[in-house]
Design a binder for this molecule. Sequence first.
Ligand code: PGA
Length: 247
Amino acid sequence: MRRLICAGNWKMHKTAHEAADFVKAFLPLAAAVPFATEIVLCPPFTALAAVSQLLTTDRVQLGAQDVHWERSGAFTGEISGPMLSDLGVQYVIVGHSERREYFGDTDAIVRLKTAAVLENGLTPIVAVGETLSIRDAGNTSAHVIAQTRAALEGLSSSQLARIVLAYEPVWAIGTGRNCDPAEANTVMSEIRSCVPGLHDVPILYGGSVKAENIAAYTAQPEIDGGLVGGASLDPAVFAQLCIAADT
Ligand code: PGA
């Protein structure tokens, strides 16, 4: 059985102090989340150390929002895999649509980053998803399949077994307009079968996930949790969502 994961992507929100306050409030609430549900927090780089220090049990895992593919070098402003693992990071989001749209992360770059995350012993959460114009043109499947194949190209079967995927329709992110769960399930089954070896890989849905709608997603056979933006910023709200994921 695939594991159920609720991952909070805080994007560019919270200072290190604010992040620490979140964790202090969240940990007691996380005790009520069913144990089989894995919880991941992905703060900004500047808050990773503060959050890591507070996560003294495995109950909540630490994730980063991006990474550079080289281990070190003259790449001003960038953060490498070894720097993240040194801080206790276990997961790294790669290919988020905001990175693709605003920071030039092409499919080729997403592939380099995915491989680098795995080579550093970390777990990539590889995000794919279509824009509204691609969807309206009827090209959702072709687009997400191409993104998935490009991101995973060249990975060994043992590396593929260690990844997590996220399907995030771009038009659903931060808009309150979430994708119909059955439709998301259909796209995810296409993603799962477009590369051999993804049968046991968790695929998360992302895009306006809330405590009120997460269970409708996780009830679908192909959906193994949520990648959550806005609803992960408040400790009580995110704890409620993590609890609701397993109902
Ligand atoms: P949202 O963001 O939950 O605020 O829609 C999801 C994401 O971008 O990962």
